[in-house]
Design a protein around this ligand. Structure first.
Ligand SMILES: Cc1cc2nc3c(=O)[nH]c(=O)nc-3n(C[C@H](O)[C@H](O)[C@H](O)COP(=O)(O)O)c2cc1C
Length: 341
């Protein structure tokens, strides 16, 4: 499977505005695949971001579009040379053809078996199987291990990437054993040196324990009624204590909780995560976190994290000097990674 030619079977999830080209490119340069979330970017910004990525890395990277919103910068990103596009929260239909016409690859994130069948019908180059353990907005209502088994079963030679609640080499080991070709990590990459997340948010991830992430509808912003997973905080506690009231009746609604010097304001219940440029009640903001948050104990840089995950995986799998070849026949859908000797 020569699809992506990754050295390591690890993808950095699109993590909204938290991922910078620096983070994504460092991931690529370390032998994994980085990404940018372009859903909310204007075409000009998408061109600039893709150009930045191409200047910073020669490795493959992907750009993501959440199909709950119109993919207004997709054409621009493709023209700028995005090599891989993933779609989430919907099926791309004809958009997949548009991507392929630009010689780019298509990945589709799914949250259930029916979505996986549709992705296969759309001839996705790879499928991202997201479990309910995922941080950020959660497409799935099914545990990753259950859904992954179902999706791998029907995927044939199409690689399946496991996502949701994964943070370390043991998670990689488990996912590959289940037939995944790779894993995709979101929350774990939020807690890296290069991420744009506010330091207080990063530290909250480091301090979090297993069970601190909550699946909820508490935050909305521009995307109401979309389930998400976050760290428990005062905003969530107060909303739950008030009986989870609807918009217009929530405690502290409309209060400014954080802002930056450019006039960007986060109000209570906004679904944007706090960035490093902001000041305010950072812990009251929307702190996305998957169930793997309890396994986050530090803030490494991306390259260090990737090599650590790989070493943990190797220790567990008793891999020999050529683990990539040893593994490559285990599942026909494996993405190629490592040396091709
Ligand atoms: C801060 C944050 C922002 C996210 N933004 C996006 C996004 O823009 N598009 C998308 O498809 N998924 C997004 N996700 C979900 C990820 O793609 C991925 O499915 C999830 O992070 C995997 O779970 P994990 O966080 O437990 O690793 C986001 C996740 C986080 C933590």
């Amino acid at each position: 499977m020569t699809l992506l030619n990754l050295k390591y079977p690890i993808l950095q999830a699109p993590v909204g505005s938290v991922a910078t080209p620096e983070l994504a490119a460092n991931v690529c340069n370390a032998g994994a695949m980085g990404s940018l979330a372009l859903t909310w970017e204007k075409p000009q910004a998408a061109v600039r971001l893709v150009a930045q990525m191409r200047a910073l890395t020669t490795g493959p990277f992907f750009v993501n579009y959440v199909l709950a919103f119109p993919p207004k910068s997709l054409d621009a990103a493709l023209e700028a040379g995005a090599p891989v596009v993933t779609f989430s929260w919907g099926q791309p239909g004809k958009l997949a053809d548009r991507v392929r016409c630009s010689d780019a690859r298509v990945g589709i994130q799914v949250g259930n078996l029916d979505g996986a069948k549709q992705a296969l019908d759309s001839q996705a180059d790879f499928i991202i199987c997201q479990g309910v353990e995922a941080g950020g907005h959660v497409q799935s209502t099914t545990a990753l291990s259950t859904l992954l088994a179902q999706v791998v079963e029907i995927s044939g030679s199409v690689p399946v990437v496991a996502a949701g609640g994964l943070a370390n080499g043991a998670d990689l080991h488990r996912a590959l054993q289940q037939g995944a070709a790779a894993i995709m990590l979101g929350t774990r990459f939020v807690a890296t040196a290069e991420s744009r997340a506010h330091p207080v948010y990063k530290q909250a991830l480091v301090d979090s324990k297993p069970g601190d992430s909550v699946y909820t509808l508490c935050y909305d912003g521009s995307w109401p009624y979309a389930a998400h997973r976050v760290l428990r905080n005062a905003t969530l506690n107060d909303w739950e204590s008030a009986g989870c009231p609807q918009v217009g009746h929530r405690p502290g609604e409309g209060e400014t909780v954080a802002s930056d010097n450019d006039g960007y304001v986060l109000r209570r219940y906004d679904d944007d995560p706090p960035l490093s440029s902001m000041e305010g009640e950072i812990l009251d903001c929307c702190l996305y976190a998957g169930t793997g948050c309890g396994d986050i104990d530090d803030l490494p840089d991306a390259a260090e994290l990737i090599s650590r995950i790989w070493n943990e995986y190797r220790a567990l799998s008793n891999a020999d000097a050529k683990p990539t070849i040893a593994r490559s026949h285990q599942h026909p859908g494996h993405m190629k990674w490592g040396n091709d000797e």
